[in-house]
Design a protein around this ligand. Sequence first.
Ligand code: SAJ
Length: 417
Amino acid sequence: MTSFQTIAVIGLGYIGLPTAAILATNGLDVIGVDVNQRTVDAVNDGRVPFVEPDLGIHVAGAVSQGRLKATTQTPAADAYIVAVPTPFTADKSADLSYIEAAARGIAPVLQGGELIILESTSPPGATRHLGEYIVSLRPDLSLDGGEGRPAILLAHCPERVLPGKVMIELVTNDRIVGGVTRRAADLAKDLYSVFCQGEILVTDDVTAEMAKLVENSYRDVNIAFANELSVISAKLGINVWELIRLANHHPRVDILQPGPGVGGHCIAVDPWFIVAAAPAESRLIRTARTVNDDKPRWVLDQVHAAFAKLPKNAEVALLGLAFKANIDDLRESPAIEIAQAIAESMAGIRINVAEPHIDSLPGSLQRQDNVRLVPLEEAVSRSSLVVVLVDHDAVRALPAEVLAGKLLVDTRGIFSS
Ligand code: SAJ
C-alpha cells in the first residue's frame, strides 16, 4: 500500500487524465493540472474532452466522489506525475519546454521529500534534467540530500498504453519505473501498484527512458521492413500480402503489415530521440524512419500512375484519414499527408474523401476546393479510382461488387490480399 495521499497530475491529455482518474477511483486524492481552462472546466464537470473508451465513466465517478479535481495552478502534493507533450523540434531533437514549464509550476510548492515522476516520453537524461532544473529554481533542495538540503525524489515511468485501449492497458500492462535514486524508484513502484496489476520492474532513470524509446523503435523498424517489402514486391510484380502471409508460416518469422506510412504521435517521433542521442550509431533506426516517412510519397506516385489510365474527368475516392483503424485521431496521419498531396497535385479532379469517424475535414483539406467529405458508399460509387488509406472496419465491410470495374490502390491490403 502506498503512503501517498494527494497526487498532482500535470497535463490532462491522453495519458494524464486516464492516470489521474484511475488513481482517484482507487482512493487517492488527485488534483489534475492543465494550462487549458476548457480542459479544467470539462474535468470538473465530470466530462472528458476527447474520445477514449471507458474513460468518461472513470472521470465522472472520481469527480462525483470528490476524489478528482482540476485546476490551472499546481498545488502542493505528496507526489507529482508529469504527463505533458514532448514533441520534436525542427532538427528532430526533443523539445523539453513543456516539461520545464511543468517544473516551474511545481518548484515553488515543494517542501522536500516529494516524489516527482516524469511519464512523458523523453530522450535519455530528461528525468535528471527535470530534477536539476527544479533544484536550479530551488537551491534549498537537492536530488541526493547532500549538504543538509532536503531531497526531492525523481523517477521516470513511461506510459505504454495503446490508444483506444487505455483504461484496460493502464491496469494490465507491466510497467517500468526508473529512479534517479533507488528510493525514488521504490516509491514510484508503490504508487503505481495502487492500480497496476501488471509486473512493475525497477531500474534507473536513463534505462527506463531508453526502454520506452526502444519499444516504439522496435515497432517502427519492423513496420519499415514490411513497407520496404511492399515497394520491392510492386517492382517485382508480386503480391506483398500473399508474400508476407506465406513467409509468416515459418515458425520464427512474424512480419508486420505494410501501410501508407507510420502515423500517430509516438512511433513516428520517438525513434528520433534515440537518433539525436547517438547519431553515428543509430543507422538502422534512422533508416527505418526514413523508409516509413518516404512511403506516402511512393503511394502518391502509385495514385498518379493509376489515374493516368483514366479519362481526365474521372473522380478519385480516398478511404480513411485516421492514423490507424477504428479511431478518430488524425495526428501525424500518413493518410492526411497523402490526401493533401493528391488534392494539390490533381487540381480540377474531384476527390471524394470518406472518413466515417469525423464530421468535417481538417482545415488544410477544407481549403482545397476539389475535395469533399462524403459517405463511404458515395465516395466509392462516384469514383473510378479507389485509394484505401485506412483499414477501418467500415472499409473492410464494403462488398466486393461495389469495387468491381474500379482501379484500386490498396495501401492496407484489404481487397488485394
Ligand atoms: N502500422 C502499420 N503496420 C503494422 C502496424 C502498425 O503500418 O503492422 C502503423 C499504423 O497504421 C499506425 C502506426 O503504425 O499508423 C502506429 O500504430 P500502432 O498501433 O503500431 O501504435 P500506436 O502509435 O497507436 O501506439 C504505440 C504503441 N507502441 C507499441 O506497440 C510498441 C503503444 O503501446 C504505445 O503506448 C504508444 O505507441 C505510445 O504512446 O508511445
